[in-house]
Design a binder for this molecule. Structure first.
Ligand SMILES: *Cc1c(COP(=O)(O)O)cnc(C)c1O
Length: 368
């Protein structure tokens, strides 16, 4: 049986009429960047996250870059984050002029270990960027406590965690600013590139909007050097349609995760992802740990099951970052995870027979 990792065609088919109408209405409006459609999406997404402000932008990477610039990160500063993330998290830090400082992650949540932050803080530390990896929140309370103690800011990378919660509140709403990506494969995906910054701070939101729009609030008046990081109107129209489905899609992901767990529970050589008791996981990825990972991926592929690895090379080992990052203490959990992790398909469009087939193949390969 063929099990695709993602099935965006099926997602489009399920919403075809609404998406077609939304896109045609943007086409005929003659307004293609910004405008009322973007304003409405910003309001709806802010309300979904439980925050007072949202600024639509060109991508999740742009969102992170803008958020860091808005809190004043610049040349010579340091920003603490994790190395088991997509390159964009650290790229944004470097683009802002700062040095990424990588600390290790917790074995269970696979997210930033709050107890390692303090020893990584130096005189130039300006911010912490916790990544809510695979759809599960990082442990925000201790992260915010250290940040407050040292007077540094927190920017959440929530690019994989739309709708996830931490102690009853949405990810993105805990830090000074929260950044989301709407890359097509994310839990909430556009039909191209898009992202958003959310915050409860009106002044930070104003600053993000200014920087995203060439440093201009009033037409033809440029007060700072900004960027062209605005959201395309078509993406906002598509995202408004899809936002209404996000909770249903996330609960579908959780159902598939529970189904996997019930079937793979007895496979002692496979270790299943842990849902931390402090919040609700939205399973952007379903990441197991498995011996002989590369061999397992190939054997699953031979049976039609498509898997991916998020991520095989931690950022401190990447040529792009190796010489410019700072690594205050060894990242042994991060490094061990990178060799053992495997992401199973878990998109909301996945059928029950596909979940069963994927589990059966794993049980057949790895026994009980
Ligand atoms: C996808 C992603 C980003 C970047 O978002 P883009 O919209 O692709 O620019 C940043 N951080 C993480 C953790 C991501 O998964």
């Amino acid at each position: 049986m063929e099990v695709p990792f993602l099935n965006l065609g099926a997602q489009y088919a399920s919403l075809k009429r609404d998406l077609d109408n939304a896109c045609f209405s943007v086409l005929s409006s003659g307004r293609y960047v910004g405008g009322p459609e973007v304003d409405l999406f910003e309001r709806e997404f802010a309300s979904y996250c439980g925050v007072s402000h949202a600024v639509g932008c060109a991508s999740g990477t742009a969102a992170l870059h803008l958020a860091l610039l808005a809190i004043g990160v610049g040349n010579g500063d340091e920003v603490i984050t994790t190395a088991n993330t997509f390159a964009a998290t650290a790229e944004a830090i470097v683009h802002a002029g700062a040095t990424p400082v990588f600390i290790d992650v917790d074995d269970n949540s696979r997210n930033m270990s709050p107890c390692l932050i303090e020893e990584a803080i130096g005189p130039r530390t300006k911010a912490i960027v916790p990544v809510h990896l695979h759809g599960q929140s990082a442990d925000m309370n201790p992260i915010l406590a250290v940040a407050r103690k040292h007077g540094i800011k927190v920017v959440e990378d929530a690019a994989q965690a739309h709708g996830a919660t931490y102690r009853g509140m949405r990810t993105g709403s805990w830090g000074d600013l929260g950044c989301f990506s709407f890359y097509p494969g994310k839990n909430l995906g556009a039909c191209g590139e898009a992202g958003i910054v959310v915050t409860n701070d009106g002044e930070l939101s104003r600053r993000v909007r200014l920087l995203a729009n060439h440093g201009s609030e009033t037409k033809n008046v440029h007060v700072v050097i900004g960027y062209n990081y605005r959201m395309a109107t078509m993406q906002a129209a598509v995202l408004r349609v899809k936002l209404r489905c996000l909770d249903t899609w996330n609960s579908r992901r959780r159902d598939i995760a529970m189904h996997y767990a019930s079937m793979l529970d007895k496979c002692t050589s496979i270790s299943l992802p842990r849902s931390m008791p402090y919040g609700e996981h939205v399973f952007h990825h379903y990441v197991i740990r498995i011996p002989n990972r590369d061999n397992a991926a190939q054997r699953l592929r031979n049976r039609g099951v498509n898997t991916l690895i998020h991520y095989p090379i931690p950022l401190h080992k990447q040529t792009a970052f190796a010489r410019i990052c700072r690594v205050p203490a060894s990242l042994h959990v991060t490094e061990r995870l990178s060799k053992e992790i495997l992401s199973l398909p878990i998109c909301p469009e996945m059928t029950e027979p596909q979940t069963v087939w994927t589990s059966r193949c794993l049980i057949e390969l790895y026994g009980r």
